[in-house]
Ligand binder design. Structure first.
Ligand SMILES: [Zn+2]
Length: 88
């Protein structure tokens, strides 16, 4: 028996699955994983951040989130006039 790395349930280890009880858990674990490499376009965006001015640390965090983790919910910050650039 093994313990699923994602949901923690016990499952019978097979040649195909050693870490996850189901393909669904394997997929979910894959989606949760934070990438350890940054794409070139994202690096360019990070360099652009260096030249920007921010009204708060939260605004900077939100800019970073947009670049690195656009799938996560936005970080709220207080300011009315800033337009957030989109990466298209
Ligand atoms: Zn599982």
């Amino acid at each position: 028996m093994g313990t699923c790395d994602y949901c923690g349930s016990q499952f019978q280890k097979t040649r195909a699955t050693r870490k996850y009880c189901t393909n669904r858990c394997k997929t979910n674990a894959c989606l949760d994983r934070k990438p350890c490499r940054i794409r070139a376009a994202e690096v360019q965006e990070l360099y652009r951040l260096l030249d920007m001015e921010f009204e708060s640390a939260d605004e900077l965090r939100e800019r970073l989130r947009l670049i690195l983790a656009p799938e996560l919910p936005p970080i709220p910050y207080e300011t009315g006039r800033v337009v957030i650039p989109r990466m298209d």
